[in-house]
Write a protein of this length. Structure first.
Length: 294
């Protein structure tokens, strides 16, 4: 048996923030979990780029997310400012899916085995009402869910439709779905963040563009207008020290070298190694007191 600080009576959850290219940090954290065979989670929820990292964690495929991001970060078929107003947008999610399936396909059999004991969800945002829509993810729908959770107007193809429901990036409505994990019965939660805990949003280019673009649709316009408020409320909630449950946070102590949509391979490597070390540190911290499952 492995050792952990977790109480074995607890339902342990994993919450994974998005961050587009900043998710290279998350891939490092989860690779550390894979390398140390750290799989205590009964509930996992991922957002946007974090959902892709989540998929390869579930499939126990070390290094795959890193390889995809490293090799595509400077590939103009995947990301290019020149394409921001094209149908596919600045980030081509169709190309990402095709490249991933051809070069680093998910091991769906291993994902299926992981799902025997773990309930998995992906966060999206409804284009009908702007509310978060939580999709139960399995081996059959995981590629579509990843794509839906990362879809952003201007930056990617504007929306994805699942079960006749138009969806876009989950980070707009629930960027760090800690409250969802609590509502699903988790009593101990690990949160992977891609921004320092002190970070608060003021405004963003995406928010301003989205508010203007959807000015004739009040509900959608409000999603973009309220994006900073939504993020800041969740960040404040995480800083509240009297939660009736244990929350373990893994995040950069300072801003990553990689930004959401801009990086180079040197920066990616630095942020990946940072995440890898932070992940190893967390595993060491959580494995030293009482017995827990594999």
């Amino acid at each position: 048996m492995r050792k952990s600080i977790f109480n074995p009576r607890n339902k342990v959850g994993l919450v994974i923030q998005g961050g587009s290219l900043r998710s290279i940090f998350t891939s490092g954290v989860l690779d550390a979990f894979i390398a140390t065979k750290f799989y205590p989670f009964k509930y996992i929820i991922g957002v946007s780029g974090g959902a892709m990292c989540m998929a390869y964690y579930l499939s126990k495929q070390y290094g795959h997310t890193y390889n995809i991001m490293y090799k595509l970060s400077t590939n103009t078929n995947f990301i290019s400012l020149r394409n921001i107003f094209d149908e596919q947008g600045m980030i081509n999610l169709e190309y990402l899916e095709k490249y991933s399936k051809e070069n680093y396909p998910l091991n769906l059999k291993k994902i299926n085995r992981s799902l025997i004991n773990t309930y998995v969800e992906t966060v999206t945002t409804s284009l009908k009402d702007g509310h978060p829509k939580y999709l139960r993810t399995n081996k059959k729908n995981i590629y579509n869910h990843i794509k839906a959770s990362g879809t952003l107007p201007f930056f990617t193809k504007g929306q994805q439709t699942i079960d006749n429901h138009p969806l876009m990036d989950g980070g707009l409505s629930d960027p760090i779905p800690i409250k969802r994990a609590i509502s699903m019965g988790c009593t101990e939660i690990v949160v992977i963040r891609t921004l320092p805990k002190e970070h608060r949003e003021n405004w963003s280019y995406l928010g301003k563009l989205g508010t203007y673009w959807h000015r004739n649709n009040k509900q959608l316009s409000n999603i973009f207008e309220n994006e900073p408020k939504i993020y800041n409320e969740i960040a404040d909630f995480l800083e509240f020290n009297e939660h009736p449950l244990k929350i373990h946070q893994i995040g950069p102590e300072k801003y990553l070298e990689t930004s959401s949509y801009s990086t180079n391979k040197k920066k990616l490597n630095a942020d990946y190694r940072y995440g890898l070390q932070m992940g190893l540190n967390m595993v060491q911290t959580l494995r030293h007191k009482i017995e827990i499952y594999n």
